[in-house]
Design a protein. Sequence first.
Length: 635
Amino acid sequence: MNRNILLLEPNCKNKYPPIGLMKIATYHRQLKDNVTFYKGDLDAFLVEQISNEAINKLKEVDGQIFWEEQKQKIYQYIKTKNKEILKEIINLSNNQIFIGSWLNYFADLYKRYKKKDVVDELKKWDRIYVATLFTFNWNITIETINFAKLLAKNKNQIYVGGVMATVLSDEIEKETGIKPIKGLLDKPRMIDDDNEYIVDELPLDYSILDEIEYKYPENNGYYGYMTRGCINKCPFCAVSKIEPEYKNYVPIKENIKYIKENFGEKQNLLLLDNNVLASQDFPKIINEIKEIGFTKGSIYVEPNQLEITILNLKKGFNDKAYIKKAFHLFNDFFELIKKRHNNMSQMVYSILYKYNLLKIENCSKENIIRAYSDLAFLYEKYRHKTKRLRYVDFNQGLDATLFTEDKIKLLSEIPIRPVRIAFDHIELKEKYIKAIKLSAKHKIKHFSNYLLYNYTDKPKDLYDRLKINIDLCEELAVDIYSFPMRYIPLNKKDREYLGKFWNKKFIRAIQAILNATKGKVGRGKSFFEKAFGRNDEEFHELLYMPETYIIYRKIFEDLSYTQEWKNAYNQLTEDEKEITNKIIEANDFKECDSKTKNKKILAVLKHYHIKRDDVKKEDKEFKNLKEKFDELIKA
């Protein structure tokens, strides 16, 4: 008997799709199970599921009405029990009593759920998987696991895996009663005893990404690993716990072929290896990357997504995803035709109207296939066919200590962009600089790295690493984008951790500086010196500067408040500065009068009372701001 499988990802912002769940989807489709993926508001998912059941029941009661067209009203009634909505729905049918009774039945299911009752009628799923990622997403992840417990037929068929599940396994079990799966699904019979599939080796099911509204920022690549694990055991990193065994080579050619045939070719190759340069098979890895189409100068043209969608609908491969995708593709195409070939827009509209494809709730698989027959030629002729370069990205970074002439020569043979080189601490300085220079020697020009801070480092170490990158950009005529990455211990359930040499104000200051750069620091000495200071002393001053003065640097410099703050601070004695610094470092400026009676110190602290929200986008006229902030500072 085919099982009903639910894949859940907590509703957090993620850059990359859930690779583990995509492999699990492939696993269950190979077993002919019914697979559903969801990421979003959990209550909305439940109302959606109940609404679908209600529509199926209403079809039995009155098959003369196209109930799908009423889905939004049914959804709203189940959620709100609004009598006016109920009246609108039941008036459509001659069987009003039965229609009303069933709608109330389904609305009551949701009401009982909201009251935290156990609702056996909602337990529809034979197995539920919950993916976990960062430990600081603890609350929403636990909420998702507990939600799964309300929907699973059997609590023992809830499988929780991923980074947090491995690192905080005992805590999750204590909190939810569900024992997580640690590490990888890299052996047969780990989740079922009746087959030999190794989940971690399966290709990804990209179709599940079209079931949800959330769009991952990185969404047009092949994702995978060509090695597993890492030879290093860095204490700040979870890899040694999740992937304890280093594997020198994991082939991807067959999986790429499967993805290409079923979901269409992807532009880029995003590899998530944790230390690929440690592999004894590195030359073999580079050759395979070239064999699958990623050579220097290789070009990508997006395949016909509508054709792929129709082929999968005809195969019956994830109808709910491809019906939704077809609707969006048809409507995007209509907008394209309106914009560029308006003389044909009426014809396209007429076809979409004819097959009832103007609203997603009205779309049917059969009508989508029929409409495609009418539009296939036009779609292929006018769809986007922009040529783009393809790139390879070893996204987790390369180990600067393992750079050699031979390895960089091999890397230079593929379209790698950017080269990400780890620069986790200042002690790596010489090896890091050598790695950048070696790469530049082989005509590699684009680099990126994550700069770990708030660990055992001092703020000056972060500044020095950033400045090294700025200087290398100038010296070698290369681009290096730095991403300062705040360290949070593996077992922390929030983002509150402070390193030995860090405090709340310093953390906020770094975040405020990065606010203007979208979290990254690129080339450009003058911009860097303005953002982070020309030297250590100026950087140190910025760390203590009022946050709003950092974010709106020019405004407060023009208003002379930045200089007033500096003057007030410089008038303090060394003892007064020590007291002031402690207050600033705590980053809590409420009730300053209770912390000190010193008027000179209070004159400094008043500058911290101006909040970001006080600077309205529509109210940056110089005179108005000055009058407004004079009251705050000089009161």
